[in-house]
Ligand binder design. Structure first.
Ligand code: BDP
Length: 674
């Protein structure tokens, strides 16, 4: 169905531009032969057939260059300058009147160029406006799956795994191949296939019993230029090797990992490497043996080095058994305090993976101060596409605007221009490996993401890893054009919903950066005190007078001081602190006046009412599309909007009533608060 095809639906284009292309696209000449080139040719054939109704004749030319020539070859050539400007994964599109050239230095480049060409074609860009050269912003553009062998997905909201079922690999790989197409169409080049929480069964993925199956998956992804990574259990030497320790300084442990790496690379010679969650949320790690994280990561890095593999080491390390009565210990400080002293101590093939915020993927958080803090360490940004804390794919929440704020954040690390995007693209400090990772939002639902509009988050993530300078508006429009239609009314209506949706979600959930206020464990639905007296380190500290966590250096937990100067001063000072993060950094009285002139408590009431009104408007807008888009997707989004509206009302009422009861201050507008 339409929903399954996502943004690769290749709908017929009916206009003068289509006719222009039709005359050109009768012949395709392929220079260079390989599995990836075959994927490119295959995609081109699908696209030309779907969009133009053309089935081109495909000819193979003997050649060392990597290119697809569409139409007559004469007149389009790569120059020395082109070759010089092209990066390893980049592509060039060039046109002259009756020919189009899609070229790269590598097969991957040609594949990315092919997808880019088809995108241009589908949105109706004229042949004469096609010419462009693009290189990806960073080398690591990765997706993390939190899939378990039993088929379940940790924090998955779109069904079960497309890789595993009943403790086995799913034999039919057609869906995996379609997934590889979707990912590579937006430039993704790496995928970790199993949950970062590696349980007993998944620990066995690196044994001879399961490696052949991993290799089969890797083969499918390889054809689309995507390297497979494995999440590994730090205690594998104990659990698989029968050793008594996993101490990184123990010779037997080191030898075990070296042998293990050799064995893995026998099966998957181009494995990307390992992803490791260590000493976090009950996962084992070097702390168990009194060792540090550089010692732990470097030990694995040495084992992978001979094979060109890398270790991606997560910085999500904190004490999840904290005493809520201890108001000086702050989870926000944890990752920074663990990893800053280790800056410069990691091997070249270790990369730290840092979540965008210091806590955990809340609707609003400041940027992790490790960005700009670390100057001598490879690092990648970790985002969460799966909507664990942003509506679980029942609510529409287009996350690109949130990610753009993170990417554009000025850290001042090396003077002005030290934005997160420049840091993670290796443009501020030299890094051997850099880029992006994000937790996948797909499952085996017919439409991949549960909520059809959540497909835009996967699409947008990929597009940003390729080019973080793209705007949210441009990404939304492109996605709608490819997924639904080039009709301006449809584009306008859906864009409007998407672009507002994150701020709308924020309005009816937790206010001004404080976060949480959700039901424990599953993390859906309002529960203001759900985590307040728990050991997870996630508190709002509300009483009858005030709410918020004092994270100042002067009086609080000191987190504000972990940023570079202008930012540290800004967060420290309640009057300068960006208001959307006010309660993250400060403890604020309900009667405190915000910049709008409203009191804090009135702001909480107002935004919660507004949030629900905006969801009502989304629903109205969506209803205006009836008959203009296919029934299947129309109905399925409408169903989700109905759920969102019902649950947003609950959210509003629980949060507002809670604060009314705590503060005793009524709503100035006299609306019903329970
Ligand atoms: C949290 C999730 C948990 C993950 C953890 C992680 O609730 O399921 O295991 O992040 O990133 O957001 O390791």
């Amino acid at each position: 169905g339409r929903a399954y095809d996502c943004w690769l639906a290749y709908r017929p284009l009916e206009n003068a531009v289509a006719d222009q292309y039709r005359t050109i696209c009768k012949k395709v000449a392929v220079a260079g032969q390989s599995a990836i080139m075959e994927s490119a040719v295959d995609e081109l054939k699908r696209g030309l057939k779907g969009i133009l109704g053309v089935e081109p004749e495909v000819l193979y030319a003997k050649s060392d260059t990597r290119a697809l020539f569409i139409g007559s070859e004469s007149g389009v050539e790569l120059t020395a300058d082109d070759m010089h400007a092209l990066g390893d994964e980049g592509f060039i599109l060039k046109t002259c009147k009756d020919a189009i050239l899609i070229a790269g230095k590598t097969d991957r480049g040609v594949l990315y160029g092919t997808f880019a060409f088809l995108r241009c074609l589908q949105v109706g860009i004229k042949p004469e406006d096609l010419s462009r050269m693009e290189n990806p912003a960073a080398g690591i553009r990765m997706i993390n799956h939190w899939d378990n062998l039993d088929g379940s997905i940790e924090r998955g909201y779109a069904g079960n795994s497309i890789f595993f079922r009943d403790n086995q690999f799913i034999a039919d790989k057609s869906r995996v191949r379609d997934y590889a197409r979707l990912l590579s169409s937006v430039g993704i080049n790496g995928i970790s296939i199993n949950n970062v929480n590696v349980h007993a069964r998944e620990t066995r993925l690196i044994t001879r019993e399961l490696l052949p199956e991993v290799a089969e998956l890797a083969g499918i992804f390889r054809n689309y230029g995507i390297s497979v990574y494995l999440s590994v259990n730090y205690s594998s030497p104990i659990e698989l090797g029968g050793l008594s320790t996993a101490d990184p300084l123990d010779k037997a442990v080191q030898d075990w990992w070296c042998k293990k790496a050799a064995e893995i690379y026998e099966y998957i010679p181009d494995l990307g490497g390992f992803l490791v969650k260590a000493d976090s949320e009950f996962r084992p790690g070097p702390f168990t043996y009194g060792r540090t994280h550089d010692q732990g990561a470097n030990m694995l890095a040495k084992a992978l080095e001979p094979f060109g593999g890398i270790v991606i080491w997560r910085c999500f390390v904190y004490n999840c058994r904290q005493d809520w009565r201890d108001t000086k210990t702050d989870r926000a400080n944890a990752a920074y305090d663990h990893f800053m002293p280790l800056d410069g101590k990691f091997m070249d093939n270790v990369v730290l993976q840092i979540k965008n915020g210091p806590m955990d993927f809340q609707v609003r958080e400041p940027v992790s101060p490790l960005f700009g803090g670390l100057t001598k360490t490879n690092q990648i940004l970790e985002l969460q596409i799966t909507q664990e804390y942003t509506g679980q794919q029942k609510h529409v929440c287009f996350l690109i605007p949130q990610w753009k704020e993170v990417l554009d954040f000025e850290t001042w690390s090396n003077g002005p221009g030290s934005t997160v995007k420049k840091l993670v693209c290796g443009k501020v400090y030299p890094q051997k490996h850099c880029g992006f990772a994000a937790v996948s939002n797909i499952g085996d639902n017919a439409n991949w993401t549960g909520h059809v509009l959540a497909q835009a988050n996967l699409y947008g993530y990929g597009r940003l890893t390729w080019n973080p300078d793209l705007s949210s508006e441009a990404i939304a429009e492109e996605w709608i054009r490819l997924t639904f239609s080039n009709d301006p009314e449809i584009i306008g209506t859906i864009s409007d919903i998407l672009l507002k949706s994150w701020l709308t979600y924020e309005k009816y959930t937790s206010p001004l950066g404080i976060g949480w206020m959700i039901n424990p464990n599953h993390h859906y639905g309002p529960n203001v005190d759900g985590y307040e007296y728990s050991p997870w380190g996630t508190y709002h500290r509300a009483d009858w007078r005030a709410i918020g966590v004092d994270r100042t250096v002067a009086r609080g937990t000191g987190f504000a001081g972990r940023y570079h100067k202008p930012n540290a001063d800004m967060y420290e000072d309640m009057d300068k602190c960006p208001e959307e993060l006010l309660l993250f950094f400060h403890r604020v009285a309900y009667r405190h006046r915000l910049k709008s002139g409203k009191t804090l408590i009135q702001h909480i009431y107002d935004t919660h009412f507004e949030g629900v009104e905006e969801v009502e408007q989304f629903r109205e807008k969506w209803l205006s599309l009836e008959g203009k888009i296919d029934r299947e997707r129309f109905e399925s989004v409408l169903e989700r909007l109905d759920i969102q509206l019902k649950d947003a009302r609950e959210w509003r009422d629980v949060v507002n009533s809670y604060f009314y009861r705590k503060s005793g201050i009524p709503d100035e507008k006299g609306r019903t608060i329970y």
